[in-house]
Design a binder for this molecule. Structure first.
Ligand code: TYD
Length: 134
């Protein structure tokens, strides 16, 4: 079973360049309640290192590249994020780490809920215990 679930967005390109439109209720499998983006990441920095109890997210690398490691407590998978037309669906209870950010990387994230620190699992052992509890 693969942990990486991809959404493929249509690129509305013409001779001027490219455009991707994401619409509420059509483009991602949840209601989008928050958008944030990670950019100007310093060299050698990795981010993430957490899971969420409920939150669902879609990550889209709209510029540059980075890698994301997904871990469901049993298997790990590393994916390359380098396409503005591909969204990585990151479900709840998936440990995620982001590495290898290029200088020009902009990682756009669509999220199913407002920011809530109580939804985070920031300790790996707590994450494994939560997975085992089912
Ligand atoms: P954090 O979740 O630690 O970043 P990452 O896991 O992507 O490395 O967030 C960094 C800081 O920003 C932290 O203080 C919480 C804050 N934050 C918000 O206020 N709102 C948000 O939507 C997000 C994602 C983070």
């Amino acid at each position: 079973m693969t942990l990486a679930k991809w959404l493929v967005f249509q690129s509305l390109g013409d001779e001027r360049g490219s455009l991707v439109a994401l619409e509420h209720g059509k483009s991602v499998p949840f209601d989008i309640r928050r958008i944030y983006y990670i950019y100007h990441t310093e060299k050698g920095v990795s981010r993430g290192f957490h899971a969420h109890k409920e939150l669902q997210q879609v990550a889209i690398c709209i510029s540059g590249r980075c890698t994301i490691v997904l871990d469901d407590g049993y298997n790990k998978e590393e994916v390359l994020m380098d396409s503005p037309t591909k969204g990585l669906l990151i479900d709840s209870l998936l440990w995620r780490e982001m590495h290898d950010f290029s200088d020009d990387c902009i990682l756009l994230v669509l999220a199913s809920a407002h920011y809530q620190e109580s939804d985070y699992i920031r300790n790996y052992e707590d994450f494994i215990n939560e997975v085992k509890r089912g």
